[in-house]
Design a protein around this ligand. Sequence first.
Ligand code: ZN
Length: 348
Amino acid sequence: MKAITVEPKKSSSTRWEDVPEPDAREGSVLVEAVAVGVCGTDVEIAEGKYGWAPPGHARLVLGHESLGRVLDPGPSSGLQRGDLVVGIVRRPDPVPCPNCAVGEWDMCRNGQYTERGIKEIHGFMSERWRIEPEYAVKVDPSLGILGVLLEPMTVIAKALEQVVMVGRRSFWEAETVLVTGAGPIGLLAACGARLFGKEVHVLDRVETGPKPDLVGALGATYHSGSVADLPLEPDAIIECTGVGSVIADSFQKIASGGVVCLTGVGQGGRSGYAVADVSAKVVLKNNVIVGSVNANKRHWYKASQALARADRAWLSRLITRREKPEEFRKALERTPDDIKVVIQFSEA
Ligand SMILES: [Zn+2]
């Protein structure tokens, strides 16, 4: 079969090439790839900045935002041939740490977890892949190719849960939610917060293109410009840009008692704020700043429920481009109007 592979930490090493059929030890469920979403992590791995091949291998099969169709459910999965499934990305560390021991691999404390398509396990950008039954999530069949949005939605399911859980420390419920960044994660965050019935605002740099319309179609309000200039004090901010100035402004803008949840991974960035001044505001307003990454099985379940409830026509507008696997280079390039680019292996 063919797969999109990369030699981690080596730029321009990505290839669409022949590889062996998936090893039976990778799981008893055999799946035919339908589509794989491309995200910033894939681009970083392809650029040689990140990623680890499986032990004893030089190359890694790329891809972690999967969608596939079951070819062989194996003896004990409860799945049927033809079911649409998505593969969970992270596996617990082998020690395991206390969190991995109780199934909270998203909160792994020793960093020895592995991740499909990222860290030491082959990903999903191959014509066929295998998965352990307990890591295969069945997708509502009516979603079709939109099931490829499940993995990014799990990031949001966890982030929103974190905000709600932190909020339980006092008499508090978020009414107004600000999402910074209108990429796939930001738009899915806005969609999720609207499903909870919140007043939602989304801020992004662009003033034209599909993003303002997509936000409006959710019944949310779109803003461009800076967080500092917004005419509102959000109770919760879901930060999805990883941009220093946006993050710094978010700490200033959050309402008293409010929660800032950071989901973006960026670097650098300076702000005009002095650290102790920021801290003083956080103290005096009882704010919480919480980081959130990855997702465990509970979040995968919640995300699949949320995706099944979301408007199909709206979700379909998030997939702005579909490329064939042999055109992977095009898929790894960003154009200004791209939201989610997927590599399509077969019809959903
Ligand atoms: Zn762990």
